[in-house]
Design a protein around this ligand. Structure first.
Ligand SMILES: Cc1ncc(COP(=O)(O)O)c(C=O)c1O
Length: 414
């Protein structure tokens, strides 16, 4: 009997999985806490958390237990019926905003934002308004609506005429004011831009947007898919940005909400919470009892283990340590949503890509996983329960790799 060698995971991807991502050639097999292991058994410190998703790290007992017990009880019912985990999660999310309102559940960030575009249009329709003003440098997802909303040319290229009704303007109040016209229904921003390079919006800017929306009867929408629900050490990204008083009319969430189990949601203030009535919006899977049980377990754990305070403390530790490292130009963000911007450095032979990408690859070779954001910024996004020692370990790897880059001596030995 011939025993032909099995194709590698990378070979199977090459043949069968669409090349939509610039993937790293690293096949991950398992994870525990802040660590993941590749198929060869090599360990890495995971400071990506699946891009701000695994709030409790990998294989957390509370999440495992919630998923296993809900899976043995009721996985899915459709949204024609009521389930307790969804009802409780909606109450909890509304509590995080701290203002009366209601929640719609879906499956991802882009889908949550799509619901908000519809909410904005429904709100504007009686006055003939449908336009949504968004910011340059923003990221709102990969659907056709999402790429129209996103203020970055690279996501739009090759996809034909953009969905109408979106204006991307510079993040300055006079630019937003100029963009608002008789057709505007809403202004939508990320209080801390994530993909755009971890750029917090100024608190005064958020407050000025709130005032502008009040003056013109527009919805103020925050996309908190990346910066919401604890990542910044606060439940709400606008609180982390210093604008707790600039409460929005609607918010989208995803990423960290299910701790890795896919779930998205959006909330609207009471006044607008019934705009999407029966038959106007929906999804088959959104808010399944399984997904909501996962999210409830994530929030129970964050509360029980005081992980908002922990995220703030570890964020300060990382920020202060990273600011003193070679080649580091600036550290931005809040809590454990941190962007480290670096100077350009010389590529070694055969190395390609932006400084952020080259640095990410060198860090990976040295055992630390991070995510690039923009050309010269890497994101540090460890789980909210990362320890002080694990942060020290990550900083040591960063220091070694950046020192080597500074002296152009290439990748230090792992
Ligand atoms: C701010 C923001 N909005 C929307 C999205 C899209 O979310 P998803 O990838 O779950 O569709 C992302 C994803 O990175 C995001 O960071």
């Amino acid at each position: 009997m011939s025993t032909r060698p099995q194709p590698t995971t990378a070979e199977l991807y090459g043949q069968y999985v669409m090349p939509t991502y610039a993937r790293f050639p690293l096949a991950l097999a398992r994870g525990e806490g802040v660590r993941v292991w590749d198929e060869d058994g090599r360990a890495y410190l995971d400071f990506t958390s699946g891009i701000a998703v695994n709030a409790l790290g990998h294989a957390h007992p509370a999440l495992r237990e919630a998923l296993a017990s809900q899976a043995a009880t009721l996985v899915h019912t459709s949204n024609l019926y009521l389930t307790r985990p969804q009802a409780e999660l909606a109450r909890r999310l509304t509590g995080f905003v701290g203002t009366p309102g209601k929640v719609f559940f879906c499956n991802s960030g882009a889908e949550a934002n799509e619901g908000l575009y519809k909410l904005a249009r429904k709100h504007g329709a009686p006055r003939g308004r449908h336009e949504i003003v968004t910011l340059e440098g923003s990221f709102h997802g990969r659907t056709l609506g999402g790429i129209a909303a996103t203020g970055q040319l690279k996501v739009k290229l090759g996809f034909g005429p953009p969905v109408g009704g979106f204006l991307n303007v510079p993040a300055r109040i006079e630019c937003v004011e100029n963009a608002v016209n008789g057709k505007t229904a809403a202004i939508m921003v990320e209080p801390i831009q994530g993909e755009g390079g971890v750029r917090p919006l100024a608190a005064e800017f958020l407050r000025a947007l709130r005032t502008l929306c009040d003056e013109h009867g527009l919805l103020l929408i925050y996309d908190e898919v990346q910066c919401g629900l604890g990542r910044t050490g606060h439940w709400c990204g606008w609180q982390a940005a210093g604008a707790a008083d600039a409460v929005p009319d609607a918010v989208s969430w995803a990423k960290g909400i299910g701790g890795g189990f896919p779930l998205g949601a959006f909330w609207a203030r009471e006044t607008f919470a019934d705009l999407l009535g029966p038959g106007t919006h929906g999804t088959t899977y959104g808010g399944s009892p399984l997904a909501c049980a996962a999210a409830n377990a994530v929030f129970d754990t964050i509360e029980k283990e005081d992980l908002l305070a922990a995220a703030r403390a570890r964020g300060t530790q990382l920020r202060e340590a990273a600011a003193g490292l070679p080649l580091v130009r600036e550290v931005r963000g809040a809590g454990l949503l941190l962007g480290v911007e670096v100077e350009d450095f010389a590529p070694v032979e055969g190395e390609e890509g932006t400084p952020a990408l080259r640095l990410t690859k060198r860090l990976m070779a040295a055992g630390l996983l991070v995510v690039p954001a923009g050309e010269q910024t890497i994101r540090l996004l460890p789980p909210l329960n990362v320890s002080a020692d694990e942060c020290d370990e990550a900083i040591q790897i960063l220091r070694d790799v950046l020192s080597a880059a500074e002296s152009s001596s290439g990748v230090p030995a792992a």
